[in-house]
Design a protein around this ligand. Sequence first.
Ligand SMILES: [Zn+2]
Length: 211
Amino acid sequence: MKTCLTPPLSAPACFAGIVSLAGMLFVSTLTIAHADDTPVASTADARDKSPTDVEPAYQPKSKSELRRSLNRMQYDVTQNEATEPAFRNKYWDNKKEGTYHCIVCEQELFDSKTKFKSGTGWPSFYQPKDEKVVGFRNDWRLIYTRVEVHCSRCGAHLGHVFDDGPEPTGKRYCMNSASLNFVEADKSAKNKPAPNKPADSVSAGQDAKQD
Ligand SMILES: [Zn+2]
């Protein structure tokens, strides 16, 4: 019964100790947790996780919120699967280095390093930032089937993916600029080591690839 002499243990713990050691530990833990009167388990869990492990819960926006925060083209494309005009959109010829985020929920979708000149007039990438950030559905609206691409977090329509892209994936993610928000690299990652070449020439390799 030496465990019952341990100062922090309370009466319920002593009683449980008679039954079994495991039972005592369980009950005393409960007793201490109750005495603290705070959600111990959840705060401890949150503390143990690094910020990158804690996925912020996405709160879907209502249609009226979306209408306020998006312009008409952005709303029609992301919510009604409309397609913006080729060559008359924001990013089809954007060669700056950075990341493309979902216009609705800001999830990171594409890296400029995977952008290539497709000649279609829409921003085109050979792969998403991570395979988990996009979802797919068959789109039967044309006489041939296309694979629709949407944001995995908020469901915003982004564009379509085709099998005629360049190496290394052979995929062409044909996106609508209206679905995307571009964040330039030097503005989003100031603490990264400086590249060996001047920032202005970062798209040189991309130019070669695109032209
Ligand atoms: Zn999204």
